[in-house]
Design a protein. Structure first.
Lengths: 216, 174, 152
């Protein structure tokens, strides 16, 4: 259900015209992703947004708020960069919300992918001992064993694998994580409401102008 | 022998898993800038040359892009689109270099060709959708690092092809 | 793959060498420096890559992001927009709004609250350092072009 809710939110988020609302949505997706998938790496996301905003500042558009030498820094360019960066960061978190390892496709594709993940589990579970030296020979040996004789490999999690295989055969689709339905509904619908709001939300430049006009 | 369909599919699944493993490894390596990658996940694709026919190599490239997107959680983002476009360009370039080079090119040359195509396409997409004209400043860094990393990756793949017992045991595709 | 295409024979092997047993000493991650580019084709691909790398450095010099812009000054406020991208702007001055149009033909004032509308009659300007100004409303538009775009 998370997958479908995130998919439903996706177009409304990507086409959101307001930079302020996009930033807000991106932050919300970060929070949801942390809650649902755990472990959120803030620094790469912030670096991504900052990097894109910085590059967009090099092409000035709109009101100048500062200068670095001869290069004018404009609010329009900053807003554009922040919007692009926030969309990218938000997309990544939306993807994390949507997709989990338990999501499987039915049919031949499903069984092929299950096989791929099975090999992946075996490879990652194989013990490599760096202290015993000759790391490359150990890796080669591990690959040889995983490929040729899976029976000799340590089982990563026999119970989970058995469960996965049984369900795949029975229904073609693995049981999906369940979430409260209201939360899912909100995740799918709120971005669309914000999309409508975005059309009347002022830009950063307009907000700045309003703030200045209010000054005595 | 990979000549049989079952063996070919088995090797495809296994190399896909290796691609996934390599991209997980790379994800764990800290990088100075988030979008500059070494491309470890391309090593199994380089190993596929000489063991799998071109259509399987295309399938492997597609699987690598899909699985990376799925597992790294970037499936619905520009990152995935960029990565997929880069992978497609790299696959085409690698197959072209291998076909036109024949005996005169090794996995090093194939790797270099793939990196060049991938970086060019990704820079073009960055120019159009992300950084605008500022992309020009990124281009030399991306191409320069791409040459170094693809050179090393190709050399490692070539070494693996000569020294890996597992790889030798696979035989040669017809 | 077809005859003449890439072979599975590992790189670095010279003619006459047998493709038999794996090396007896411990495997290395990287080959020796002299065998980094085992075949002639690798050198050619490397050469092409380096050419493109060099071209990208040259491109940095030519494609400056803030090339060809229009700077609009209205009192203490300053605005910068790229020249050539169609835009209609409303710039607030002390006596009202000046309507500015930027397009492929350059920049022009299409309306202003001044009495004589001399600024509107000036038409479009597109060359480096050319100016259109509405002095009563204190709005000035200046064209700035990069080195590549200048004709004088």
């Amino acid at each position: 259900m998370l997958f479908w809710a995130a998919l439903a939110a996706y177009p409304a988020f990507v086409f959101q015209p307001s930079a302020i609302l996009v930033l807000g949505e991106a932050v919300a997706f970060c929070v949801i992703a942390k809650r649902v998938r755990g472990r959120l790496r803030i620094l790469p996301a912030v670096a991504m947004v900052a990097g894109i905003a910085l590059f967009n500042l090099l092409a000035p558009v709109g009101r100048v708020f500062a200068r670095i030498g001869e290069v004018p820094l404009t609010i329009g360019a900053l807003e554009l960069g922040l919007r692009k960066g926030a969309i990218l960061a938000g997309m990544v978190q939306l993807s994390r919300i949507a997709v989990s390892r338990d999501l499987r496709l039915p049919g031949k594709t499903g069984s092929f992918l299950a096989k791929v993940f099975h090999y992946f589990d075996l490879i990652t579970a194989f013990p490599i001992k760096p202290k015993e030296g000759n790391l490359i020979a150990q890796i080669d040996d591990a690959i040889m064993r995983v490929y040729n004789d899976e029976a000799l490999c340590p089982k990563p999690d026999a119970q989970r694998l058995e469960g996965l295989e049984k369900d795949t055969q029975a229904t073609g689709v693995i049981p999906i994580q369940t979430r409260p339905r209201i939360a899912l509904f909100l995740l799918a619908v709120i971005p669309w409401a914000l999309l409508l709001l975005g059309r009347i939300t002022p830009s950063l430049e307009e907000l700045l102008r309003s703030a200045e006009s209010l000054r005595p | 022998m990979p000549a049989e369909r079952d063996d070919s599919v088995k090797l495809l699944a296994f190399l896909s898993a290796l691609c996934l493993f390599m991209s997980t490894l790379e994800y764990a390596i800290p990088k100075p800038l988030p979008f500059l990658r070494i491309g470890l996940a391309n090593a199994p694709i380089l190993l596929a040359f000489g063991k799998l026919p071109p259509r399987r190599i295309v399938q492997l490239s597609a699987l690598k892009a899909l699985l990376q997107g799925f597992v790294s959680g970037t499936f619905l983002s520009y990152v995935f689109v960029f990565s997929a476009a880069g992978t497609a360009a790299a696959c085409g370039a690698m197959l072209f270099v291998a076909w036109i080079g024949g005996d005169r090119v090794s996995r090093v040359g194939i790797s270099l060709g793939g990196a060049l195509a991938s970086n060019a396409v990704q820079l073009l997409l960055s120019r159009l959708f992300l950084f605008g004209a500022g992309t020009a400043y990124l281009a030399p860094i991306v191409f320069g690092l791409g040459i170094v990393s693809s050179l090393l990756l190709g050399a490692v793949a070539e070494q693996a092809a000569t020294q890996s017992l597992w790889y030798r045991s696979l035989g040669v595709e017809p | 793959m077809t005859e003449g295409s890439f072979r599975a024979s590992p790189g670095g092997r010279r003619q006459g060498e047998e493709g038999g047993e794996p090396p007896k000493r411990a495997p290395r991650l990287l080959p020796r420096l002299g065998r980094l580019l085992p075949k002639r084709g690798d050198l050619i691909v490397l050469f092409i890559s380096v050419l493109i790398f060099a071209a990208s450095i040259a491109l940095v010099g030519n494609e400056r992001p803030s090339s060809d812009t229009v700077t609009l000054k209205a009192g203490h406020e300053e605005y910068v927009y790229p020249l050539g991208e169609d835009r209609i702007l409303k710039i607030e001055g002390p006596i009202g709004e000046t309507i500015v149009k930027i397009d492929a033909g350059g920049v022009r004032f299409i309306d202003s609250p001044c009495r004589d509308k001399i600024c509107v009659g000036m038409g479009a300007v597109s060359q480096n350092r050319q100016v259109v100004a509405c002095l009563p409303n204190k709005v000035i538009a200046t064209v700035r072009k990069s080195h590549a775009g200048r004709t004088r």
